[in-house]
Design a protein around this ligand. Structure first.
Ligand code: GMT
Length: 378
């Protein structure tokens, strides 16, 4: 099939999922056309069956706000027309699903039918859903999509709760390519960061308030009292300065390593013993799944879609949002017993296999079959 994929080309989970999906589909022989404003960060080197169409908004002096959505819709029309796309798969409701609707209608006037599959990722629903200025557009765009998927049952339920959606939402979970997580422990890097054999706790995110990175620092401050350890923080965002200040206040700076944004953040997992995800809300928690795929147990909250991924007492431990004491207790429980840690590590990897691309890809392919079949019948 010829599939157009629209996503945010950034480090965020939705962009990662869309890019990895495109790569896996291309490997299976589908022709994939990424339509984005930048080359997706996880795309890596170019390979067979993958094409990239850049969305360029010109800087016209009349515009206080560049009309990105219109340029995106025009680009979708152009690519669909000339590359003869079978369907468009858009990740994130705003503005991708609404731009896709515009593109679909323009093509319809030319006698071209372009089915649209929309995947909801989380913040498009949980954050934007709370903003009434987006509500009518999000509801409409979801209802008009030919198929809608959500990355967890929790997100599906939230969508029905927050929007007047009457469309059937299919749950297709996020995934990992297990083969990419078979890396050997990186002993040089480990020694560089933990020269005295300290345990390494890690976290990867965009440092927005919803990630509660301050809870991580507070958990770490407790763990470090009992277990010689280091904390590696990957990513950057609005909370970073505040977190650095908190480290100074708690006098943990010498043991906290800020690595900033990394092209391939998962490399850090090769030196980690425990992954922390204390988010306030999380539709799925792709970062946790990637840690588990690398055999790193996860200390997380039990919010949103996380319990659909992390198994309490099996692949990691879960606590209520903000319960720093419980998360610290759980971290110490795992790190203080090598045998226990190894067992959780094995379980985490085993659990991650349930989300291998080989399990999830056919679910998307079945949806593609369905929406294109519907088109033939009409
Ligand atoms: O977590 C973020 O803030 C980024 C955001 C995104 O849109 O890329 O992540 C959301 O989508 C990911 C991929 O489906 C999910 O794994 C994350 O849980 C979800 N984030 C939130 O719900 C806060």
């Amino acid at each position: 099939m010829k599939i157009g994929i629209v996503c945010y080309p950034t480090f965020g989970g939705s962009g990662v999922v869309a890019t990895e999906l495109g790569k896996a589909l291309a490997q299976k022989g589908h022709e994939i056309h990424f339509i984005t404003y930048n080359q997706p960060v996880r795309l890596g080197s170019f390979r067979k069956n993958i094409y990239y169409h850049e969305v360029n908004v010109s800087d016209y002096p009349l515009f206080d706000y560049p009309p990105y959505e219109l340029v995106l819709a025009s680009k979708m029309v152009d690519v669909a027309r000339y590359e003869k796309l079978d369907l468009l798969h858009v990740h994130y409701a705003i503005p991708h699903a609404s731009a896709a609707y515009t593109a679909k209608k323009i093509l319809e006037a030319e006698g071209i039918d372009l089915p649209v599959v929309t995947t909801l990722h989380g913040t498009d629903i949980s954050l934007l859903g709370k903003d009434p200025s987006f509500e009518p557009v999000i509801t409409f765009a979801i209802n008009q999509s030919d198929a809608v998927t959500a990355v967890s049952s929790s997100l599906k339920n939230d969508t029905y709760k927050l929007f007047g959606v009457n469309k059937d939402i299919l749950v297709v979970p996020n995934f990992v390519c297990m083969d990419s997580f078979n890396f050997e422990a990186n002993t040089d890097l480990r020694e560089a960061h933990a020269p005295n054999g300290e345990k390494i706790l890690s976290h990867i995110s965009n440092f927005r308030a919803v990630k509660r990175v301050d809870d991580i620092v507070r958990v770490f401050a407790e763990v470090r009292k009992v277990i010689p350890s280091k904390l590696v923080l990957v990513g950057d965002g609005p909370e970073r300065n505040r977190i650095e200040m908190l480290c100074r206040e708690l006098k943990t700076c010498e043991d906290v390593i800020f690595l900033g944004k990394l092209k391939n953040p998962t490399e850090v997992l090769a030196i980690s013993d425990l992954f922390l995800l204390p988010s306030e809300s999380e539709s799925f928690g792709l970062a946790a799944l990637e840690a588990m795929a690398a055999g790193i147990p996860v200390i997380s909250t039990n919010t949103g879609g996380i319990p659909e991924v992390n198994r309490h007492g099996v692949s990691g431990m879960m606590s209520d949002v903000g319960d720093v004491a419980d998360m610290a207790k759980n971290a110490i429980y795992l790190l203080s017993d090598e045998k226990r840690l190894a067992k959780f590590s094995k379980n985490a990897k085993e659990r991650a296999k349930d989300f291998d691309i080989s399990v999830v890809l056919p679910q998307y392919e079945a949806i593609y079959e369905e929406v294109t079949k519907k088109n033939l019948v009409q």
